[in-house]
Design a protein around this ligand. Sequence first.
Ligand code: ADP
Ligand code: MG
Length: 425
Amino acid sequence: MSFKSLGLSEPILKAIQKKGYETPSPIQAKAIPPVLEGKDVLASAQTGTGKTAGFTLPMLHYLSNNPHPKFRPIRALVLTPTRELAAQVFENVKEYSEFLDIKGAVIFGGVNQKPQVSKIKQGIDILVATPGRLLDLKNQGLLSLKHIEIFVLDEADRMLDMGFLRDIERVMKLMPNKRQNLMFSATFSKDIKKLAYSILNNPVQVEATPENTAVEIIEQKVYRVAKGKKTGLIIKLISEGNWQQVLVFTRTKHGANKLTKKMVSAGITAAAIHGNKSQGARTKALAGFKSGKIRVLVATDIAARGLDIPLLPHVINFELPNISEDYVHRIGRTGRAGAEGQAISLVSADETTYLAGIEKLIGEKIEMEIVDGFEPDPNASTEPIKPGQNRGRGGNRNSGSRNTGGNKNSNRNRSRNRSRNRNSN
Ligand code: ADP
Ligand code: MG
């Protein structure tokens, strides 16, 4: 299977060659033909499998072969959930269209709108956007979606997670009814199907599961640890293992900041990347991490989503995600392209339910270990902390009192813990 046999035009093949791709990835091989035929397509394949080119290449093929006869209106819209993803998709659009007469622009919030607006005014074929800034500029009368012929919803699952459903519906009303719709997603849930029904007409559905699913080639490990001892343990693991490029996930922005500060005080170069950081700060952190200047990048799920960081040897879940699928996305950051990687999770008692959910999803028990001096707190509640609840509460309040018995409730938790530990061994 070659890109040429998919029917893509010469200038596009040239750009692909320049980019260094030899063969289409499985999702590209499956998605590109129906997209070229003008069909609505729903495509799902896990993060890092090349979905961007899966819609960008055929989209460029169509737009360049069917130019607008009179002027240059926006004819293709790609919606993405985050600024990073928007920037990355646009970067790809630019690279793949190098040898075509196609113009594009990217818009997202958090930065001055002026340069974005002036770019649009010059006339563009493709607009890559996050929903907020798109609607904002539209409401100011600064852009029109009346000539859209191709609409792409990229990372659709994350769009839903981030609560963009209403915005998507608003955007849909601004486009002509007759258009091609494409939906790309890393996961394929009930909600995604529902969204697909409302957006797509008679869609062709394509899916690709990599030969070695992440979960199979990645060495996974769980450290059971008291909540309040997680920071000490992660610093010990990174220092003693002399790990140089580590991606750490926290559940909250606040948690990411706090952990980053502690790492830096412990002499480990670290930076946080999340939605509250300015675009400049995020770009700088990412560049520093890629170049090796920064050893540890601490990220929240949303900020990390879709970041183009190849081949990470170590991914650490400082906290488990409460959505099991996010665990698979997170650990998918290691062991890419067949290289081996290690995914470590620090799990406190209140995350027991999340761990069970993850093990059910991946269909295996993850190897469990306890490090001397960083034992789990036998008195801690195994009740999950609800999203939004203060995570600082509780902590290692009871640590050091593991043999003091405690009330009936904590005894029950303890035996529950113990039996789980045994199961995980
Ligand atoms: P996804 O959207 O599925 O998470 P991306 O489109 O961001 O994945 O692609 C992930 C990485 O794979 C990028 O670095 C991209 O340049 C690279 N890539 C995409 N297609 C190919 C290909 N056919 N051959 C080699 N590398 C590819
Ligand atoms: Mg993507």
